[in-house]
Design a protein around this ligand. Structure first.
Ligand SMILES: Nc1nc2c(ncn2[C@@H]2O[C@H](COP(=O)(O)OP(=O)(O)OP(=O)(O)O)[C@@H](O)[C@H]2O)c(=O)[nH]1
Ligand SMILES: C[S@@+](CC[C@H](N)C(=O)[O-])C[C@H]1O[C@@H](n2cnc3c(N)ncnc32)[C@H](O)[C@@H]1O
Ligand code: SF4
Ligand code: SF4
Length: 366
């Protein structure tokens, strides 16, 4: 798709989207030739997106080396960020008109939005009965958990790569491990369950992986390791250097007995293993070596209000313009469906000539 600017900065902007299609584009809407007449978010490969991930900010309290540049992402101008009311309107359209069944708020760091409780509360009103969760680094969660749960938050995933304080500070460029642990404790005390922990698997974290799993089991957390993807802002990822799931399994196998209970949901990114016969588990999100793209059920909205059909797909479709120029819900739903019809088959990391997307993980929303 040719890059089309609708008031969003292209390539040079806050988060650097590559190509943005939208309603006043001279190129018109995304191509929908062959799309069946269905309300749902279907694509050319027969997949249906029902899991919505909404990025609410590019800001973050950490600078994880596998995600952000040391200086953070360029700030998105305030007027380009979706408001709480705009986010809730899209969540409502997704749930009511497009078949969305669960919504996850992410970022950047969602807790950096002072109005996160308002975002969740308005979304709960707009989409009653839909699961509303966050993926967070946990910093400050202890101070916010009450208002978030009251607003309608149903679940929390916290990212934590190591329980060694010095190692944490090196990986995240911030000495904030105690704050993350306080956030995890607060989520437990608030009764949010299951509490999942995401750890990015790297050469650097492999040695501490078994310790992290032992800690997670002792602290009633469901740990999942994520294969590192080429979505770091510094472009340091290298296929030859990444740790594949199989290597992790053999390392964990020296301390724990792992059994594979079989994958029950093919579109869930994590494959679960029973630890020492269960009930404890460890999950592995093998995005690179055992990709789940063929069963992908995700649709994404960026903090600036564009639909991003795939983590690795730079073509985006601008809904913010529609939201701000009086479009009705049916028109917004039509554009969203069109955007998803064009979703690519998969990440393509193993294809010859693979080029990472322009936006990094923190700018897309994990
Ligand atoms: N390749 C790929 N990876 C994804 C996708 N969604 C999530 N991931 C990876 O999985 C990690 C964990 O995602 P979470 O935000 O915890 O979401 P989840 O695993 O769907 O969460 P649960 O529903 O709680 O299991 C992300 O940080 C990504 O690294 C996706 O659509 N594609
Ligand atoms: C981008 S963060 C946003 C939410 C929040 N700041 C957090 O860290 O949970 C979402 C998830 O993406 C993961 N992530 C970031 N960069 C990644 C990469 N290059 N490969 C795999 N996962 C990555 C993080 O570990 C985190 O679990
Ligand atoms: S992974 Fe999350 S916490 Fe770490 S830099 Fe990226 S957005 Fe921030
Ligand atoms: S890389 Fe794209 S197609 Fe594959 S699972 Fe992620 S979002 Fe879905």
């Amino acid at each position: 798709m040719t890059a089309v600017n609708l008031g969003l900065p292209l390539r040079s902007g806050a988060a650097g989207a590559a190509g943005v299609a939208g309603p006043d584009s001279p190129y018109g809407p995304p191509d929908t030739a062959g799309r069946p007449e269905t309300a749902e978010l279907v694509d050319r490969f027969g997949r249906v997106a029902r899991d919505l991930r909404v990025s609410v900010t590019e800001k973050c309290s950490l600078r994880c080396t596998y995600c952000m540049p040391a200086e953070g992402l360029p700030a998105i101008p305030r007027e380009n960020l979706l408001s709480a009311a705009e986010i809730a309107r899209l969540v409502g359209i997704g749930a009511r008109d497009l078949g969305v069944r669960e919504v996850r708020f992410t970022g950047g760091e969602p807790l950096m939005r002072a109005d996160l409780a308002e975002i969740i509360g308005r979304s709960a009103d707009a989409a009653p009965g839909v699961d509303l969760s966050i993926t967070t680094n946990g910093i400050g969660l202890d101070h916010r958990i009450g208002e978030l749960v009251q607003a309608g938050l149903t679940r929390v995933n916290v990212s934590l790569d190591t329980i060694d304080r010095e190692h944490f500070a090196a990986l995240t460029r911030r000495d904030r491990l105690p704050a993350v642990l306080a956030g995890i404790r607060a989520a437990h005390e608030a009764g949010l369950s299951p509490l999942k922990i995401n750890a990015v698997l790297m050469r650097d974290t492999l040695a501490g992986a078994a310790d992290l799993l032992g800690w997670a089991i002792d602290n009633d957390c469901r740990l999942r390791f994520i294969e590192q993807m080429p979505l770091d802002a510094d472009h340091a990822w290298a296929r030859d250097n990444m740790v594949p799931a199989a290597e992790l399994l053999s390392v964990l196998g020296t301390r724990f007995e792992l059994t594979d209970p079989g994958r029950d949901d093919p579109s869930a990114p994590a494959e679960e293993w029973l630890v020492n016969g269960g009930p404890a588990t460890v999950g592995i999100i093998a995005s690179v070596t055992r990709s789940f793209c063929s069963a992908c059920d995700r649709t994404r909205i960026t903090a600036e209000g564009t639909v991003r059909s795939c983590l690795f797909g730079d073509d985006e479709t601008d809904l913010r313009h529609l939201l701000r120029t009086g479009a009705d819900d049916a028109e917004i739903a039509r554009w969203w469906r069109a955007a998803m019809w064009g979703k690519q088959a998969g990440h393509g990391i193993d294809a010859a000539g693979f080029v990472p997307p322009v936006r990094s993980m923190g700018a897309i929303g994990g």
